[in-house]
Design a protein around this ligand. Structure first.
Ligand code: ADP
Ligand code: ZN
Length: 589
């Protein structure tokens, strides 16, 4: 919706200029008026040198070169008199319906130009191509399953869809109906769009693509007709694929509080149009609709009914093996140094999605190129990863020495607690170079991809988080604001332990928040419970944090040498890796 406004301004500018030109043109002949009697008198006394006749209007020039204008009641009568004298006569046809034309022309230009521009600007928006140009993409052979790595189960499930598209008659021979809808659900960046394209690419069919938010963010009343038009076009190109990204924007259930995007009515009409179209296919039309969402929990159940999106495929972020394969796909055309193996990079990137990994390889390649290297080395990958995880280094930021010292002790505190707790993930890297909003970062990398966590592991995480602030307290005997994010995360973990995971003996195995079915998290709400229960919950959360804090204090108190040595190294080198931390630990014992 940015375009119409901006183009509106441009249109207005053009119009004002146009209006200026137009009125100066019509002003050109508006000469000083003279009555007809005076004109005849001048004619008689040979004062008129030339005339231009336009209809009844006469533009005259006298012998002094002065111009004036008059109107003749009867040109025919006048003509012989003009011909008698020594006068140049020119004539022009009269413009038709001059008065009306003159007064409405600017308005017509305004309206015309506005219509032209607003149509044009609509075409710039994705999915808003002019009515007859909803063009399918031809991606046959350009994107295939070979471009999609690490999600073999999903590919296997979708092979069937490819077969349908290639030769539907094979399946409908016995009267069966081709499934129409496939719903891909998973967090952003896991390759849903890529997968949909790969289906079209493998089957060699056209690919129509639209985003759910395109439907509802448009002008009121357009969504539904848009849907109808889309299907109309698609049927003409059968067999083909329609990909609808963010289907939740159109298809969120009425109860899901979704009045935030577009009007509720508008969305409902669009959704209904979509359902009607999906139900209305003929058996000879092989149009498969692939939809993607990261909020399957809020979808209207009507969408998931048999005959609609009844095939559902879940795509989760890849595990370590999957990450290595995705990395390999994206490193195909990049010159990698011998020291970089995809297995190694995969190990240090838990939680990365396919999109993150693609971005990582690209950033690393750019970084190496900027340094003038002719291959991408491990340090480039590391640097790119830090940039993605923690934001770009803020090299220009001026940090006072005492601030830097506090940061060094703070990060050393995190790292030492992590090193000394048996269950904790190994320390991968510590840095006191500020990045994003953080003054320093201690990175841990798990040995494997965990999907569930023990109570002990979570308690250890809280202790590590509190380690930074505790180290500051021990060394400087005061606190800084640098620990605010640590405290936030620690409190969040403790809260979930009590309210969600049943890990408090007092509160018991009960959930006190709504289930979190989306892939993004953070949408939980407290269930109803009494005030007394609320107080118990708060008490339990406090107890977890207090217990962890005590233990953290005990761990760090006996480790003065380690703390000072590690901080000293950090101040000198600014960034040190896990192995170096291990060596310093040994040397400090
Ligand atoms: P989504 O639609 O799930 O948000 P996309 O399909 O848009 O994710 O993924 C963005 C990009 O990330 C893709 O174009 C591709 O480069 C990369 N990517 C994501 N998943 C994979 C994968 N499984 N294999 C290879 N590349 C992937
Ligand atoms: Zn910290």
């Amino acid at each position: 919706m940015k375009y119409p406004i901006r183009n509106g301004v441009i249109v207005l500018g053009v119009l004002l200029i146009g209006l200026g030109i137009y009125s100066s043109w019509s002003m050109e002949k508006r000469l000083p008026p003279v009555d007809y009697t005076t004109f005849l008198a001048q004619l008689r006394s040979d004062e008129v040198k030339g005339v231009e006749i336009i209809g009844n209007k006469i533009n005259a020039t006298d012998k002094y070169g002065q111009q004036f204008q008059t109107f003749s009641p009867d040109i025919k009568q006048l003509l012989p008199k003009l011909e008698e004298g020594n006068i140049t006569i020119r004539a022009r046809p009269e413009p038709k319906s001059f008065g009306f034309f003159e007064s409405t022309l600017p308005l017509l230009i305004i309206i015309g130009a506005w219509m032209y521009w607003s149509r044009k600007s609509k075409q710039h928006e994705p999915g808003m191509k002019g009515k007859d140009s909803l063009v399918p993409q031809d991606i046959a052979g350009k994107v295939t399953f070979a471009d999609v790595a690490g999600i073999d189960e999903a590919i296997e499930e979708l092979m069937e869809t490819v077969d349908f598209l290639r030769d539907s008659s094979r399946f409908t021979r016995l009267g069966g109906r081709i499934p129409k809808g496939v719903l891909l659900q998973g967090p952003p960046g896991t390759g849903k769009t890529l997968l949909a394209k790969a289906i079209a690419g493998e089957a060699g069919v056209p690919f129509f693509s639209l985003s759910g938010s395109d439907f509802v963010e448009m002008y009121v009343g357009v969504g539904a007709s848009r849907v109808r038009h889309l299907f109309e076009q698609a049927k003409k190109h059968s067999p083909c694929i329609i990909f609808i990204d963010e289907i939740d924007a159109v298809g969120r259930s009425r109860g899901a509080g979704g009045m935030s995007q577009g009007g509720g009515d508008e969305r409902e009409q669009t959704l209904n149009a979509l359902l009607v179209e999906m139900d209305g296919f003929q058996s000879n039309e092989t149009v498969i609709i692939v939809a993607a969402t990261n909020r399957p929990d809020i979808l209207d159940p009507a969408l998931l009914r048999p005959g609609r999106f009844d095939r559902q495929v879940t795509i989760l972020p890849p595990d370590v093996k999957g990450r290595a394969m995705i990395l390999a796909v994206h490193a195909r055309n990049i010159t990698m140094g011998k020291d970089v193996t995809m297995d190694m990079v995969a190990k240090t990137t838990p939680g990365f999605t396919g999109a993150d990994l693609a971005n990582l390889i690209n950033e690393a390649a750019l970084m190496a190129a900027r340094k003038g290297k002719d291959q991408v080395e491990l340090e480039d990958v590391e640097e790119a990863k830090d940039k993605i995880l923690m934001g770009a280094e803020r090299k220009g930021m001026v940090i006072r020495d005492d601030e830097k010292k506090v940061t060094a002790y703070h990060e050393a505190g995190h790292a030492i607690v992590a090193m000394l707790l048996p269950e904790a993930d190994p320390v991968h890297k510590i840095t006191i170079i500020p990045r994003g909003r953080a003054m320093g970062v201690t990175q841990q990398v798990p040995l494997d991809d965990r999907h569930s966590y023990s109570r002990e592991y979570l308690m250890d995480r809280i202790k590590i988080l509190l380690g930074g602030r505790t180290a500051e307290e021990i060394v400087f005997n005061r606190f800084t604001t640098g620990a605010s994010n640590d405290l936030q995360v620690a409190t969040d973990i403790a809260t979930r332990m009590v309210c969600e995971w049943g890990m408090s003996p007092v509160m018991g195995p009960r959930a006190y928040v709504t289930a979190d079915k989306g892939f993004l998290g953070g949408s939980q709400q407290r269930l109803n419970y009494s005030e007394a229960t609320g107080q118990l919950i708060d008490g339990e959360i406090n107890k977890i944090i207090e217990d962890c804090l005590q233990e953290t204090m005990i761990i760090l108190q006996g480790k003065d040498d380690f703390l000072h040595n590690l901080s000293q190294h950090l101040l000198e080198k600014e960034t040190i890796n896990g192995d170096e931390v291990g060596e310093i630990m040994k040397a400090s014992a």
